[in-house]
Ligand binder design. Sequence first.
Ligand code: PLP
Ligand code: COI
Length: 354
Amino acid sequence: MTDTLDIKITKTSKSRLAETDFSNLVFGRTFSDHMLVADYSDGEWKNFEIVPYGEITVSPGISALHYGQSFFEGIKAYKHGDGKVTIFRPDKNALRFNKSAERLCMPAMPEDVFLQSLAAIVDIDRDWIPTEQGHSLYIRPFMFATDQYLGVAPSKTYKYMVLTCPVGPYFSKALRVKIETHYTRSAAGGMGFAKSSGNYGGSMFPAKKATEEGFDQLIWTDAKEHKYIEEMGAANAMFVLDGKLITPLTQDTILDGVTRDTVITLAKDQGFPVEERNVSVAEIIEGAKNGKLTDAFGAGTAATIAPVGSISHNGEEYTLIDPAQRDFSRKILQTLDAIRYGTGPDTHGWNYFV
Ligand code: PLP
Ligand code: COI
């Protein structure tokens, strides 16, 4: 544990809060008043500062722009009825932040510095946290390489920043998803487990093609045979098949999602059987055909619990039961919301109070 993090604070002279329309929030388009910035050089993190949200100046030669030494996290903060502010399980994100950093040859951020930086930026913009159900303050910590150098080598200098955005639901309806059997998000030995910016850049072309075909999201499959389910867009894929919660095992091709872990833990709390294992496309399609697939959803910080309305595979579309009739995901979401909005018990101590 380091001492209290020394952060220089310069507050905005002109808050945008009053002119922000909280009833029409589009995910990731509205930024709150401030951002946090820090620098890494000579082997240490320094210059922690909170400044008004705005543009930054970087050299066009920075290696993040050329070689993608860049990654991020996604976390949410909530305001409870009594005004208390919490961040949901940020310690898990701190761990994953450093796993991403290691894979990309970037410097670690000590967990307590990471947590204090989030608490500081959330605290200064606490009036930006929406309270309506399904709304929250999305926190986006990220790191990028800042050496001006066109040789392919790990940078020696970096920037760490944290932005926050008031957000509403990421998806507005049950998703029409396609099982991708040509393109690949990640292969064994790659960096699928890291929240590397390049993973998202590479996913856009297949996702755009799917959107043009009328789908909302892709379900990624394994790179080798396209026989096993990996993830769903920017969320982990979860299913209730034959009365059990099944979800792919996390391994180096899959992001170890905080929401995934949360859903598994809550399911186990409720005595619901859980299987983390390889999930074949064939068994999911069979379950969709014979009615044993009673729930399917994406689990993610931005996505929360995003119900899958239909699944397409090799040109055949299978419509699943109406999300309003799904016992499992509705109950899990209720329990999760009660913890996050402070209306129910937080038995696992997941709320980090700011
Ligand atoms: N998988 C990918 C590729 C993601 O981008 C996300 C979103 O963060 C997730 C899974 C879900 O992870 P988490 O629940 O930690 O947000
Ligand atoms: C998140 O859920 O935090 C994500 O990373 C999704 C984001 C890419 C929109």
